[in-house]
Design a protein around this ligand. Sequence first.
Ligand code: HEM
Length: 323
Amino acid sequence: MVMRTIVAVFFLLHFRFGVESCSLSYDFYEKSCPQVEDIVKYGLQAMFLTDPTSPAALLRLMFHDCQVQGCDASILVDPGEGSVPTEMASAKNFGIRKRELISILKSMIEAQCPQQVSCADILILAAREAVALTGGPRIQVPLGRRDSSQTLSYELADAVLPPATAGVADMLNLFAEKGMTLAESVAILGAHTLGITHCSNIQNRLYNPNNGELRAMEPSFASFLGLTCPQGLQSSNLSFVLNDPTTFVFDNEYYVNAMGGRGVLKIDAEMALDPQTATVMQRFSINQDDFFQEFSSAFVKLSCSGVLTGKQGVIRKNCNAIN
Ligand code: HEM
């Protein structure tokens, strides 16, 4: 009896936090814009050829949009008249780039399906393509998000985006709020298989470590980071290191690398040391399919955070401005 109750509670929780709970749909644009997914895919294919660093930028853009009051494309809004600072003014959004690609995709979509597709959905589809077109899984994502109709403050972004110094406990809390399991939380950080980290984001880790995490760094990697990002570097907002050696490929190299003591950010390194997360990191480092599977369900959960649907929000004409 007790066992049955536990199983029932587990399924209830799973259902509540699962994909089904976000009230989006897998065929939302079937009638109004059936070609939307192809427009995003082929549009981005061309853009990624000109700049192979774009997929990383789009994947991070999605996280930073969804983390601040839900996946509502609020991160795309530029300061309007009166120049009220927007989310982008938050220091936590340092390094966020390629917002303009979403606007280009939006124009391509508007030309074929005027006023139908939200910027919020385009952003999620773009992040999905960022993963698929770099060798990762092709994730089916439910659609039907609407865009925020208010400019959000940068203070909110400051408060809810994780700092570069976040550790395992902060990370697990953050993703548990989105209904992610331990394995999914570790998997979503696998997004760090793409892209770069600026030296300014690892200065603390290198020169003011407060948990002794530096000691766990592989010695030649420590020397490499020290040389690339020396203490007091004036251009630490310009110099950067790759997040893993295969920075343009979505693979499980991030886990292999971190388990070998070559995690770049504090969170990357700490996850390889913490007994809870290390077991999962180890699993993903030897089984890429397992990583892809957990990443896909984590991605859908992230993409469902705080979405606006139905009569909530708007479909913006221009992703960078409140209509
Ligand atoms: C606790 C959670 C996280 C922390 C503390 C964190 C922190 C950071 C930091 C500090 C950077 C370096 C930015 C720069 O220097 O330009 C970065 C890069 C990146 N992050 Fe995260 N991150 C987290 C979770 C995520 C998630 C959930 C995703 C995506 C689903 C993600 C995707 C990325 C990507 C793709 C980059 C490379 C960006 C580029 O090359 O422009 N991160 N992250």
